[in-house]
Design a protein around this ligand. Structure first.
Ligand code: ADP
Ligand code: MG
Length: 682
C-alpha cells in the first residue's frame, strides 16, 4: 500500500488552510478534504462570457457590468416578491430577475459592478437573465475574466468566485499530479497532457480546448478505475494456500447434506465456486439472486468443501434476526452431522461467549455465524478459509476487510439480493466475478400482487381474514419515517393496536420495530415463526432475510413511500411455502413516479427487470450515489454518457494494466478516489 507522505502538498488537509469558517463549512459539505479534492472539483457548466449586444436568446451566458437600477415589485402570483436589477456593460442593458429575495436591492445598488451568469432571453424589446450565479465583480474583471466562465457545484455559504479562487490558488500543483497513463497510450491517443487538462478544465479559452481537456481527464479516470480492478485480480493470482481438491466423492457427500436437489442455477453457481476454490488464488465472488433463490444454500455448499479440507467458515449477516435465521437453517441442514456450527450474539453470557470463542480458536467449531460482532478483537479462528458476507452492501468496506483479516487471506463470498442491472454490472465489474442465481427453487408460486384502493380495503381485510383462518400468516409493514426512528416506532405501535383491537380482534397480533432490544425482536419473530402469532406488524426491520414459509400475506401501508428495490425485497418474505401468497399495496401515490413504481411491482416479480426499471426511473446518478451500488463518484466522467470512453479505456487497461507500475496506480487511486475506490471490492 503506497502511503502518502503527510507533507505531500496534494494531500494536505484543507483544514490546515486559513479559510473563513463559512467557507470551510461549505467545503466540508462538498466533501472536499484535501488539496487534490479541490483540484478535482470540476465545473458543472460553463457560461459564455459575452457583451450584452452579442447575446443570443437561449444562451447561458456570463455578463459583467454596472447596476443602473434595482427595484422590488409584487409578482402577479400573490404573495411573491420580484426583484429586478438592471445592468449595463456599455454595449447594452439587461434585466436580472430574482424571486423572493427583496434584500438584494440593498446589495446591488446603482453603480455597483456585478457579474451574473444564467440563461438569457430576449422578449418585448429587452433582455432578461435568470441568474444561477451572481456576485460582485472587481473593477479589473473585464480584462481577466475567461471567455468560458466555469460554474461550480456549490454549497450554501460558498460563492462561485470563492471556490474558483481556492482552485486557482492551488493550480500550481497541477504538474505534480501523477499521470497513470503510460506514454505510449497518451501519445497514440493524442490526449492533452494532464497538467494542461487541469488548467483548461478550470479555465478554458475555447470550446474545442475544453472538450480536449474533458476527454483527457475522463479517459484517465476510467483507465485508472479499470486498472484498479485488474490490479486486485492480479494480487490474488497464484496463491496456492487455499487450493482444495474436489473429488466426485466429496461432491456427492456435500450435496447429500441438503434435503433437496439444487436448481439449475444453484448447480451452475456451485460449479463456479468449485472452479474458484480448486485453482490457486483467492475467490472473491459476489452471488446475486433474489431473496429465497437459494444463495445461502450454495454458500453452505462451498463452506462444506472447505471444511472437509480443514478450514473454517464465517457467515456474517447485517442483523441479529438474520444471523439467527441463518443459524436455524444451517442447523436444520447440518444438525445431525459432525459439522459444528455456532452462533455468536451480542447478548451472550460471558462464560458462554468464552467457551464459544475458545472452541473457535481451537478449530472445534467449523462454522460461525454472527453479525459484525464477528469482527471484534477477541474473535479468533484456527484456520479461517471462507468468509460469507450476506447482504454485503449493508456492511462498510472496513467491516468487510476486518472479517477477512481474521484469516490468512481467506476466500470471500458475498451475497446480495439487490440486483444490479446486468448491463451495468458488465460495464462496471468488468473482470470481476459475479454469479447470478436467476431461478427460484421449484414449487414456489409467484406472489400475486395487488394495489388496493382505499375503498377496497375492507374487502381486502375480509380476504386476509379468510387466509388467516385457513392457517396463513400475515405481515403488516409500515413505512420508514425519515429521520425519526421514534416516530416510526410509534406509528407501528399505534397501528398494531388498531389491528389488534379493531380489525383483527380474533387473531394474535405481534409487533417488531427497530427500537426494540434485539432479544425481544428475536423472540417475537420466533413466535411468529412457530405460529403463536398470526399477524406481525413491523417496520422495515423484516426487510432483511426472515424466513417464515407459512407467511403468505403481506400488506404494505403507504406503499408509495417505498422504493422499488425495497418493496421487491419485502415481497421476498412471502411466497416461500406451498401456499399461494398475496401482497397488498395500500397507498395513495400522488406523483407519477410513485404510481409508476406501484405499477411495475404489480407487473413483474423479476428482480433484474425491477432493477432495470429502478435505474431508468432514478437515473444513473442517483443509483450510483447509493452505497449499495459500490460505484466510486467520478470527477470528470459519467458512467451513463461516456460509455464509449469507458469502453475504450477498459480495452486499453486490459492490455496495459499488467505493465503499468503498481505503486503508481495505487498512488493515483488513493489520490483520486481516496477510500471510496475500495467500494468496488466485492
Ligand atoms: P437466499 O439465501 O437466497 O435467501 P436460501 O438459501 O436461504 O435463499 O433459501 C431459501 C429457502 O429455500 C430456504 O428455506 C431453503 O431451504 C430453500 N431452498 C434453497 N434451495 C432450494 C432448492 N434447490 N430446492 C428447494 N428448496 C430450496
Ligand atoms: Mg437470504
Amino acid at each position: 500500500m503506497a502511503v502518502q507522505a503527510q507533507d505531500e502538498p496534494l494531500v494536505r488537509s484543507l483544514a490546515d488552510l486559513p479559510l473563513p469558517e463559512r467557507v470551510a463549512g461549505a467545503i466540508k459539505r462538498l466533501k472536499l478534504r484535501r488539496v487534490i479534492d479541490v483540484l478535482n472539483h470540476f465545473p458543472r457548466a460553463y457560461n459564455v462570457r459575452a457583451k450584452i449586444a452579442e447575446l443570443k436568446s437561449g444562451d447561458t451566458a456570463t455578463i459583467v457590468g454596472e447596476v443602473t437600477s434595482a427595484n422590488n415589485k409584487a409578482s402577479k402570483k400573490r404573495g411573491f416578491k420580484l426583484t429586478e436589477v438592471v445592468i449595463t456593460d456599455g454595449s447594452g442593458s439587461i434585466k436580472a430577475v430574482f424571486f423572493q429575495q427583496p434584500w438584494l436591492t440593498g446589495r446591488y445598488k446603482p453603480g455597483v459592478r456585478v457579474k451574473m451568469s444564467g440563461p438569457v432571453d430576449y422578449a418585448y424589446g429587452s433582455w432578461t437573465i435568470k441568474p444561477t450565479i451572481h456576485e460582485f465583480a472587481p473593477p479589473m474583471e473585464e480584462t481577466t475574466a475567461p471567455a468560458l466562465e466555469p460554474e461550480y457545484p456549490l454549497s450554501e455559504g460558498l460563492a462561485n468566485d470563492e471556490i474558483a479562487a481556492l482552485i486557482a490558488r492551488h493550480m500550481a500543483l497541477a504538474p505534480t499530479i501523477p499521470d497513470p497513463l503510460p506514454k505510449v497510450l497518451s501519445e497514440s491517443l493524442r490526449l492533452m497532457p494532464l497538467d494542461k487538462a487541469y488548467a483548461a478544465i478550470h479555465g478554458p479559452t475555447s470550446r474545442p480546448q475544453l472538450a480536449a481537456a474533458q476527454l483527457s481527464l475522463k479517459y484517465r479516470e476510467f483507465f485508472l478505475i479499470q486498472c484498479g480492478l485488474r490490479l486486485r485480480q492480479r494480487s490474488e493470482e497464484g496463491d496456492a494456500a487455499l487450493k482444495i481438491d474436489v473429488t466426485d466423492e466429496l461432491r456427492t457427500r456435500a450435496i447429500k447434506y441438503f434435503p433437496f436437489e439444487f436448481t439449475g442455477a444453484q448447480k451452475r453457481v456451485s460449479a463456479e465456486l468449485e472452479r474458484d476454490m480448486t485453482r490457486p488464488g483467492r475467490m472473491h465472488r459476489l452471488i446475486q439472486g433474489d431473496v429465497g433463490s437459494g444463495k445461502t444454500a450454495v454458500a453452505l455448499y462451498a463452506s462444506l468443501l472447505m471444511i472437509e479440507h480443514g478450514f473454517q467458515a464465517a457467515f456474517m449477516a447485517p442483523t441479529e434476526v438474520l444471523a439467527r435465521q441463518h443459524y436455524a437453517s444451517l442447523t436444520r441442514y447440518l444438525g445431525k452431522t459432525k459439522v459444528r456450527i455456532a452462533l455468536l450474539t451480542g447478548g451472550m453470557k460471558k462464560s458462554e461467549r468464552d467457551e464459544l470463542l475458545d472452541d473457535l480458536a481451537r478449530g472445534r467449531t467449523h462454522v460461525i455465524i454472527g453479525t459484525h460482532a464477528l469482527i471484534e478483537d477477541d474473535v479468533k479462528f484456527r484456520r479461517l478459509g471462507l468468509c460469507v458476507i450476506d447482504e454485503q452492501h449493508k456492511f462498510g468496506v472496513n467491516q468487510r476487510a476486518d472479517l477477512r483479516r481474521k484469516g490468512d487471506r481467506p476466500h470471500v463470498l458475498a451475497m446480495s439480493a439487490t440486483p444490479i442491472p446486468r448491463t451495468l454490472s458488465l460495464t462496471l465489474y468488468g473482470g470481476l466475478d459475479v454469479s447470478v442465481i436467476d431461478e427460484l427453487p421449484p414449487g414456489r408460486k409467484p406472489v400475486l400482487t395487488d394495489w388496493v384502493h382505499r375503498r377496497r380495503e375492507a374487502a381486502c381485510y375480509e380476504k386476509i381474514r379468510a387466509e388467516l383462518k385457513a392457517g396463513g400468516r400475515a405481515y403488516f409493514i409500515y413505512p420508514l419515517v425519515e429521520g425519526s426512528e421514534a416516530v416510526e416506532a410509534k406509528s407501528a405501535v399505534e397501528y398494531a393496536e388498531h389491528l389488534k383491537n379493531e380489525i383483527f380482534k380474533e387473531f394474535r397480533v405481534g409487533l417488531v420495530h427497530g427500537q426494540m432490544p434485539s432479544e425481544e425482536k428475536a423472540s417475537v419473530m420466533e413466535r411468529f415463526r412457530k405460529g403463536e402469532i398470526d399477524i406481525l406488524a413491523a417496520t422495515v426491520v423484516v426487510e432483511v432475510g426472515v424466513d417464515v414459509p407459512e407467511a403468505n400475506i403481506m400488506v404494505i401501508e403507504n406503499a408509495e413511500r417505498f422504493g422499488l428495490a425495497q418493496i421487491h425485497q419485502l415481497r421476498g418474505r412471502i411466497g416461500r411455502g406451498a401456499r399461494q401468497s398475496f401482497l397488498y399495496l395500500f397507498g395513495e401515490p400522488h406523483t407519477q413516479d410513485a404510481i409508476k413504481r406501484l405499477e411495475i411491482i404489480c407487473q413483474t416479480t423479476d428482480g433484474f427487470r425491477i432493477a432495470e426499471e429502478d435505474l431508468k426511473m432514478r437515473g444513473f446518478g442517483d443509483f450510483a450515489g447509493t452505497r449499495q451500488s459500490g460505484i466510486p463518484k467520478l470527477h470528470a466522467g459519467d458512467f451513463e454518457r461516456d460509455l464509449d470512453v469507458l469502453a475504450r479505456a477498459r480495452k486499453d487497461a486490459a492490455v496495459h494494466a499488467l505493465t503499468t507500475d503498481e505503486s503508481l496506480l495505487r498512488r493515483c487511486l488513493e489520490l483520486h478516489f481516496g477510500r471510496e475506490f475500495r467500494l468496488l471490492d466485492v
